[in-house]
Design a protein around this ligand. Structure first.
Ligand SMILES: Nc1ncnc2c1ncn2[C@@H]1O[C@H](COP(=O)(O)OP(=O)(O)OP(=O)(O)O)[C@@H](O)[C@H]1O
Ligand SMILES: [Mg+2]
Length: 340
């Protein structure tokens, strides 16, 4: 008998551009891996998944391809999405007995209806009995501990890897929202472009992400530095460089400003009945982008509103989903769809 048939459990998936997290009703977060899969070119045989596949980026031999299922919060590669979800589930099969689970999975605000149907189909095909789709900001708000059913309304901004999403939530529903295809991974690209343009050195994606994590500030700081290795664009030879946080701020500033302007645009479209409450209660931010040091203050100063960083910002969506799967009544409120 397949493990799906042993007993029925509820499972949640946060399918993100950068990471995939899986939560089990009884255990909390059981998978937290980069959303990357390395396959053999031509045969699609899986070579590595998650962290192991991420470490292969830029170093993979020609016959191995590192696939990314999502880009900017949208489905970029259907095959990769199927392979990633199926394989994450198969790995769980060895340790958990899921039966025919009901699965709650996030969708992004910027996804088209077709992309949402793809998510639904991929999860159904992986063996789910029922699939419930939840919009990411609602899950993020629940995970951040906001009362999504409040009549006053709450504003959540999820600063992810591929998209930044804003939502004003009142009475359990999104009343205004926006999605911008500028987020954490664009900051990495900004750093790559900056180093190439100003220092004539080519650096890889993983190196750029490390720079952002170590000295990514939303303010001009000079005394924090990081050394990294790249390739001299002119000579083609390896070269070691030092970057300081001031340069990194210079590199990422335009992207940070685009994010701030999107938050402003959502505030501008907030229904008049809620806007006073939103300004009184402030904005809660979640997602990996909250780790850009000083970004909360940056947003706060530019928009003249209080900004709170959620606890465990990288896990808020998964925590929100786990709250839903634990509460059968609440689960019913989210749009439930059957297998296609
Ligand atoms: N300590 C850190 N400092 C700066 N950035 C960080 C840090 N930790 C993670 N990040 C960044 O956060 C981003 C990932 O955030 P998150 O996990 O919320 O995205 P995601 O849910 O996978 O993507 P999305 O929701 O946009 O599809 C990545 O760009 C990553 O580099
Ligand atoms: Mg996310």
């Amino acid at each position: 008998m397949s493990f799906w048939n042993l007993n029925n459990k509820n499972l949640g998936i946060d399918l993100g551009t950068t990471s995939i997290l899986v939560v089990l009703e009884s255990k909390g977060i059981v998978v937290n891996e980069p959303s990357i899969i390395a396959v053999e070119r031509g045969t699609n045989k899986i070579i590595a998944l998650g962290k192991e596949a991420k470490d292969m980026i830029g170093k993979t031999p020609e016959k191995i391809e590192a696939l990314r299922p999502l880009m900017h919060g949208g489905i970029a590669d259907l095959k990769a999405t199927e392979l990633l979800v199926k394989n994450v589930m198969n790995k769980l099969e060895t340790t958990e007995h899921l039966g025919n689970p009901q699965i709650v999975i996030n969708t992004h605000i910027g996804m088209t209806e077709v992309e949402k149907r793809v998510v639904l189909k991929v999860v159904s095909d992986a063996g789910a009995k029922d699939v419930y789709l939840i919009e990411e900001p609602i899950a993020a708000a629940l995970g951040a501990g906001l009362d999504i059913y409040s009549t006053e309304g709450n504003m959540i901004v999820d600063l992810g890897g591929g998209t930044t999403e804003t939502a004003i939530i009142s009475l359990g529903k999104i009343v205004a929202c926006d999605s911008l295809r500028v987020a954490g991974e664009d900051l990495d690209q900004n750093i790559i472009d900056f180093v190439r343009k100003k220092l004539n050195v080519e650096i890889g994606k993983n190196a750029a992400e490390r720079v952002k994590i170590e000295i990514g500030y939303a303010k001009p700081i000079v005394n924090r530095k990081v050394n990294l290795k790249g390739r001299d664009v002119k000579t083609g030879l390896p070269k070691e460089i030092t970057l300081d946080a001031f340069q990194v701020f210079d590199a990422i500033r335009d992207s940070l400003d685009k994010i701030v302007e999107m938050i402003r645009a959502t505030l501008d479209r907030t229904p008049p009945e809620l806007i006073n409450y939103i300004y009184e209660n402030g904005i809660t931010i979640t997602g990996g982008g909250t780790y850009i040091k000083g970004f909360d203050e940056y947003i706060s100063q530019k928009l003249r509103i209080k900004v709170f960083v959620a606890e465990n910002p990288l896990e808020c969506v998964a925590i929100g989903i786990s709250k839903i799967i634990k509460n059968k009544e609440r689960m019913k409120q989210f749009k439930s769809k059957r297998r296609m």
